[in-house]
Design a protein around this ligand. Structure first.
Ligand code: FAD
Length: 623
């Protein structure tokens, strides 16, 4: 049976990618259906209860700058906030928040339920309707058919999911949820490259059985950082402490003793796991010389007795998990509420995707999130927003939304995936971006909000607030450029002891802020010059823009140079073998990756600048 209403966009899966995708499409005015296994698990965190961190926090701020939900939800569900790398430069500073799982889920559900143009339906999607290489709808488990112009698949770790605990394994999408078997079979029948990956999670412990008195307390920052550009500190619930403990040589002996029953070390698990989030058995094997590893003891919520011991993810048999947990300081009497486990699942080679996240072979079919080989809520949310926006733009016959590597970490993420693919779960790091100084957390709104507003992703309230902030920054920068301090000025006397070289000539306030020993805040506290801008976020921009102006300009020059030929288009069915001078290897790599532009071609590993020049010459001659 066909459902009576036809949709523009159907999003399958209500996780982090799915909710951002559905919300984005709906915000842009597309009639959107979010079809998910279980409405209760919208925005569910499958693994660690935390949002953000280095590289990941950058993605969350970008999602927020485009009107997305993740930052707003964590502001309502965050029980400990910190700025990581706060003593380092602004490019690598990152926000991280510990979440109350249930508050976070409720916040996401609240946003989803109050979004216009968005309809929810609870059922498994078991099949796709594809006509002439164009997706036209989906079929649910009970045979109900929904029609749509485009479909975004965001089914996370669920495709052919197999859960492993020791030598035992069973089918599952994550603990407590069913796998997607029928949909996995359907997708495997389409002409995409598919492979298996693996990820894992630690046992959850009962807080009442832990001895916190022997652990190191870790408090959040004060004042508490806020995630969303529209957020307020008052949105946060009560803030609480986390704790730190460590594994020891006894723990490591127990783990080594259990490796003969480890699904990873006996070859039962074939999928590759996340390099930067390894299981404890993997860490002990890879770093054999270390006799201790740190464990962050993180509460799962304000009213929950569950604790997430971050750092001991494992798929060892339960008896080994029990022993290893109890060998740890503070965990001697720990009760395990949920065993740790690993999960293996299908992922699709992201090189079969366009930069819009539409698949190259089936028109209107988009993939986002863990299905593309990534790991992490933030990576999933970022892809979801871009896929949902592009699905919507395609229905409306408009140009796609493609963010460049110099515009956003979202651009870096999608470009990396689509051009280079991945052999292991991909997570974001600041080191993946060439133009880190431009892609800061603090300026995500300046980089993206105008674009978001133009597309309909950003509402009027955010747009107004953004413009007020921009204007304040501009006016203040003008004032700092126009205000001169003469060495004989009364304030110079107060200033000189703070400066390495006392004022010998006239300087603008901007010149003074540029000095390494001076800050905007200090300068504003001096009589005559203050109080400056009241909004601390605008004040931060003023200072960063002035202090880093030289480096920023240099990066902008580099970008202008590399962008000159970046967007030269390459036909998707281009025959590379007709260019004489290209090696067989280069022809094979380019034919395999099917890059859409010269810029994308240049970032495929093994493609030399010489090969790109030959390609450019050929395209210009025959284009
Ligand atoms: P998910 O959040 O998994 O959401 C998928 C959604 O799709 C679910 O709501 C599901 O019910 C729904 N769905 C699935 N199939 C269907 C269907 N056929 N029809 C309808 N709905 C469907 N990330 C890290 O960063 N670090 C880690 O250490 C880490 N460890 C993990 C360990 C485990 C055991 C698991 C399960 C995940 C782990 N993750 C980790 C990954 C993190 O959970 C994911 O990256 C993130 O949730 C991916 O978001 P997503 O939206 O792609 O998928």
């Amino acid at each position: 049976m066909f459902y009576q209403q036809q949709f523009d966009v159907i999003v399958v899966g209500g996780g982090h990618a799915g909710t951002e995708a559905a919300l984005a499409a709906a915000r842009m005015g597309s009639k959107t259906l979010l079809l998910t296994h279980n409405v209760e698990t919208l925005g569910q965190m499958s693994c660690n209860p935390a949002i953000g961190g280095i590289g990941k926090g950058h993605l969350v701020k970008e999602i927020d700058a485009l009107g997305g939900s993740m930052a707003k939800a964590i502001d309502k569900g965050g029980i400990q906030f910190r700025t990581l790398n706060s003593s380092k430069g602004p490019a690598v500073r990152a926000t991280r928040a510990q979440a109350d799982r249930s508050l976070y889920r409720s916040a996401i559900r609240d946003i989803v339920e109050h979004q216009d143009n968005l309809t929810l339906f609870q059922q498994s999607c078991d099949d796709l309707i594809v006509e002439n290489d164009q997706v036209t709808g989906v079929v649910t488990q009970m045979g109900l058919k929904f029609r749509a112009k485009s479909v975004v698949i965001t089914v996370g770790t669920f495709l052919g999911g197999t859960i492993h605990i020791g030598m035992e394994n069973y089918k599952g999408g994550r603990a407590g949820d069913p796998p997607s078997i029928a949909l996995a079979d359907r997708l495997r029948a389409l002409p995409f490259r598919v492979s298996r990956l693996k990820t894992g999670t630690p046992a959850r412990l009962d807080a009442r059985t832990l001895d916190y008195s022997v652990m190191q307390e870790q408090l959040g920052d004060s004042p508490t950082p806020v995630f969303s550009f529209m957020g307020k500190r008052e949105d946060h619930p009560r803030q609480i402490a986390c704790y730190i403990t460590h594994t020891n040589s006894k723990t490591h002996d127990i783990i080594r003793g259990g490796l003969d029953r480890s699904p990873m070390y006996t070859g039962v698990i074939e999928g590759i796991g996340p390099r930067y989030c390894p299981s404890i058995e993997d860490k002990i094997n890879r770093f054999a010389d270390k006799d201790s590893h740190q464990i962050f003891v993180e509460p799962e919520g304000l009213n929950s007795i569950e604790v997430y011991p971050n750092g001991i993810s494992t798929s060892l048999p339960f008896d080994v998990q029990f022993e290893l947990v109890r060998s740890i300081k503070g965990f001697e009497n720990a009760h395990i509420i949920r065993p740790g486990y690993a999960i293996e699942y299908d992922f699709f080679d992201p090189r079969d995707l366009k930069q819009t996240l539409e698949t190259k072979f089936i028109k209107g079919l988009f993939f986002a999130g863990q299905i593309n080989g990534t790991t992490g809520y933030e990576e999933a949310g970022a892809q979801g927003l871009i896929a949902g926006a592009n699905a919507s733009l395609q229905c409306q016959g408009k140009d796609p939304l493609i963010l460049r590597r110099d515009e956003a970490y979202m651009g870096v993420l999608i470009d990396d995936l689509a051009t280079m693919g991945t052999k292991e779960p991909y997570r974001m790091f600041t080191s993946r971006a060439e133009y880190r100084l431009l892609l800061r957390e603090d300026n995500a709104d300046i980089r993206l909000t105008a674009k978001g507003h133009e597309l309909g992703l950003v509402d009027e309230q955010r747009w107004q607030a953004f413009n007020i902030k921009l204007e304040a920054i501009e006016l203040e920068r003008q004032r700092l450029r126009d205000t001169w301090v003469h060495p004989k000025h009364a304030a110079a006397e107060a200033l000189n002891p703070l400066l390495k070289n006392a004022l010998s000539k006239e300087n603008t306030l901007e010149d003074l802020i540029r000095r390494p020993e001076m800050t905007y805040e200090t300068l504003m506290k001096l009589t005559d010059f203050g109080p400056g801008i009241a909004d601390p976020k605008a004040a931060e921009q003023v200072e960063i823009q002035i202090k880093y102006a030289g480096y920023i300009e240099r990066q902008q020059d580099e970008i202008a140079k590399s962008r000159k030929n970046e967007n030269t288009l390459i036909p998707i069915d281009f025959d590379y073998s007709q260019i004489s001078g290209l090696s067989n290897e280069v022809v094979a790599k380019l034919s395999d990756a099917k890059p859409e532009t010269l810029g994308l071609a240049s970032r495929i590993s093994g493609i030399t600048p010489a090969a790109i020049s030959l390609l450019l010459v050929y395209l210009k001659k025959h284009g």
